[in-house]
Design a protein around this ligand. Structure first.
Ligand code: ARG
Ligand code: ASP
Length: 721
């Protein structure tokens, strides 16, 4: 072996453990992989307290909230806490100009006042088990991707159906380590979830999109819901007869707070990370996708923000939409900056150079992994132009509401054209679409959408490679002499999809003959051209790329694990329950700038600005602050702590997750990350990556003192100091 090779191998072997703070660990493997480390860092409980196969454990108090957040149980009557931004769309749905819960907050003073939320559910993890062997049965190493996938699909089906036989739980097999390991996951989902309380937006969303993803942060980002069950404490759809769910476990709350250096862990459902990608994949995300998406979202946000500022109704209608557009927009800016600042691509390239040396050091490795990086790089190079076009189409054209809405009628049109579809099928489809009309137009401003159409289509049309533009662009540019404004104006003047009464006229007593109206509608014509281009020209390439990339990533992942035998690997996040652990810690985001690890109520008053929506402070909160009477919610330093940061490795989906202390008591609710560390989905930097948690004492202070909802506090369990 050459000296260089030996040096590289030594380097890799030295990295015996992972980087402090990095990792989203599987709860069932904690005792094996992390318990010692966690205890060394200060934890006083055991892995068994966190996840137990036989007894109730902290895991039984954690739920997946809706599709993409976490919540935790804090009372024996199924009371759960999550973020305000996680409950946002539900709070928004209950809000009208008369009852504006979004602006004013909402508090149910008794169970009967709690508001049902159709479509909202929470899911418990019941158990999980390694089934890799069963899933890989019949697979040989030289098998082609498609053949392998087919066998896995069959094995999965078998394992799932066996597991769910005679069980009231749902069984699903999920892939870990890029498809190298498989776990059977049993879950239980409750569907009657009611809104119990939400602070006004100028507490729950204080700082708004301006402070989003940033530290120092002062957002009271929480909302309160309750799980309901039938008389047997089982999941049931909404019914007046349902009663509050009695949980196996509810969290104990600590009012002690945390100090710098304290051990904490976050227990929740992180969505997606991609920590083990090669440099070219990171480059495509950070330097191609992000800049395009950022620009288009910026343009859209400028228009929405202006409209929201000028009109109260638009503010309600577009609050949730704007927040979701802005959220990923800002995340992408932070992510690309973080990648570049950390020289992440160069770091990955260096790793890849070491990897090649390791591969070439042995013939058996050369056979298995000799081409992996070359193949990977080539696939990405080939895919780049398509990926670019795909980003323009999805962020540009699909960022226009009328285009998405109009395309929703394509299916009805198809049915009308098919002789085989019976008339009553068509009537049913039309009725279903009609049911969606009021909800759609409740939150729709066609003037604003027209402006968005003109702007986004212009950027798309001018910047995307012409070979990758849907044909409607050429037609429209000829017809409107290059004016995107004229195009938008004409579409919105003539299209029925911009007007609820025209939509009702279309759908009332709908018959086949009316399908002509859809087919000739100018917004529908745009939508059809865009979606046809997507389906026919892009999706096949996108799908085949991801199929290929998945199988390359699986092999590359396996090779990385083989090479770094001393390293403990955590699997990428995949919306399964994980534990991240770390220490409370400030950080330095820039030269000469040091961030402290906590914020206080005084900081809210410092940020106060009655003229800027994001920084309005209600008189009541100001009063509570000036009195400085924080009671048992005060920190030992006498101030009211609002938020704190720690080195826990979190991602989207971790919002609402409990932040627990060394004794497993609830001390915070996770809601965000610091901007400089948002590249942690692709690469973690212990120096810059911090999760942001709401201090549970501020949350309780608002519930108790601000809202006067002492009834809720009474339900909760507190650790004795
Ligand atoms: N950045 C946080 C997360 O990704 C909070 C988002 C909600 N807040 C907002 N201002 N859009 O979910
Ligand atoms: N705010 C994110 C969420 O909603 C959390 C994060 O990305 O750090 O899950």
């Amino acid at each position: 072996m050459s000296r260089l090779v030996t040096l590289f191998l030594c380097l890799f072997l030295i990295v015996r453990t992972s980087i402090a703070g990095e990792g989203m660990w599987l709860p069932i493997l904690l005792s094996q992989l992390n318990e010692k480390d966690m205890q060394t860092m200060g934890m006083r409980i055991t892995a068994e307290d966190i996840y137990s196969v036989n007894h109730s454990s902290l895991k039984d108090a954690i739920v997946l909230f809706g599709g993409g957040c976490t919540a935790e149980i804090v009372s024996n009557q199924g009371l759960i806490l999550t973020n305000h931004h996680c409950g946002f769309s539900n709070i928004q749905r209950h809000s009208t100009l008369e009852h504006d819960y979004l602006t004013d907050g909402f508090w149910a003073s008794s169970l009967t006042e709690e508001l049902p939320n159709p479509g909202l559910s929470v899911t418990f993890l019941v158990s999980m088990e390694d089934v890799t062997e069963k899933i890989l049965q019949g697979i040989s190493p030289d098998m082609k991707g498609s053949e392998r996938d087919a066998i896995i699909l069959k094995n999965r089906g078998k394992v799932e159906s066996e597991a769910s036989k005679g069980s009231r739980y749902k069984a699903s097999v999920k892939a870990f380590y890029s498809g190298n390991q498989f776990y059977l996951i049993m879950t239980e989902t409750f569907t009657d979830i009611r809104l119990v309380g939400a602070p006004p937006s100028n507490i729950g969303k204080f700082g708004g999109d301006t402070d989003n993803w940033m530290w120092p942060r002062h957002t009271g980002d929480f909302s309160v819901f309750r799980i309901y069950a039938n008389k047997n404490n089982e999941p049931a759809d909404f019914s007046k007869d349902n009663i509050p769910y009695t949980p196996k476990k509810s969290l104990t709350i600590s009012l002690k707070g945390v100090k710098e250096g304290d051990f904490t862990f976050v227990y929740g459902f992180p969505g997606t990370t991609q920590e083990y990608l090669p440099s070219y994949a990171v480059d495509m995300a950070a330097n191609q996708r992000n800049p395009i998406a950022i620009k288009l979202r910026q343009q859209k946000l400028d228009l929405i923000d202006k409209a929201m500022e000028n009109d109260k109704l638009t503010r309600i209608q577009y609050a949730a939409k704007a927040a979701s557009v802005a959220n990923f927009w800002k995340k992408m800016i932070g992510e690309s900056k973080g990648i570049n600042r950390l020289d992440a691509i160069e770091k990955k390239q260096q790793f890849e150079a070491g990897f090649e040396i390791w591969v070439n050091a042995e013939n058996s490795r050369k056979d298995l992994y000799g081409n992996i990086l070359t193949d990977y790089r080539q696939s990405i190079e080939d895919f780049r132009p398509y990926h670019k076009a795909y980003t323009y189409l999805t962020e540009g054209a699909m960022g226009v509401e009328i285009i998405r809405f109009a395309y929703g009628y394509n299916n009805l049109l198809k049915q009308c054209r098919e002789k085989t579809t019976a008339d009553d099928e068509i009537i049913k489809s039309a009725a279903k679409l009609k049911a969606g009309v009021p909800g759609y137009f409740k939150n729709y401003n066609s003037k604003l959408d027209e402006a968005i159409f003109a702007k986004l289509m212009e950027t798309y049309g001018k910047e995307c490679d012409p070979a990758f533009l849907p044909p409607i662009f050429t037609e429209a540019m000829a017809k409107y002499e290059g004016s995107y404004k004229a195009w938008a104006a004409d579409v919105f003047k003539k299209s029925m999809f911009a007007d609820s009464s025209k939509m009702n006229t279309l759908l009332d007593n709908f018959t086949r003959k009316r399908s002509k109206k859809i087919e000739e509608d100018p917004a529908f014509l745009v939508a059809r051209s865009v979606y046809a281009f997507l389906q026919d020209k892009l999706v096949p390439v996108v799908n085949s790329f991801y199929l290929k990339a998945d199988s390359l990533q699986r092999v590359y992942m396996k090779a990385q694990m083989e090479m770094q035998t001393g390293k403990v690997f955590y699997p990428d996040a995949n919306s399964t329950l994980r534990v991240a652990y770390g220490n409370v810690k400030g950080y330095s985001p820039a030269d000469a700038v040091d961030y402290r690890w906590f914020t206080t109520l005084d900081g809210i008053l410092e940020k106060e600005n009655p003229d800027v929506y994001d920084y309005v402070v209600t008189p009541r909160l100001r009063e509570l602050s000036t009195s400085r009477d924080y009671g048992r919610y005060a920190d030992a330093d006498g101030s009211m702590h609002v938020a704190f940061i720690a080195t826990n490795h979190t991602t989207g989906g971790n919002s609402g997750s409990p932040v627990l202390d060394a004794d497993g008591n609830l001390v915070g609710i996770n809601f965000d990350r610091c901007w400089e560390g948002t590249m942690s989905d692709l690469i973690y930097d212990p120096d810059q990556c911090r999760n942001i948690a709401l201090d549970i004492r501020y949350c309780l202070f608002i519930i108790d003192r601000y809202a006067g909802a002492a009834n809720l506090i009474k339900e909760m369990n507190f650790a004795t100091r």
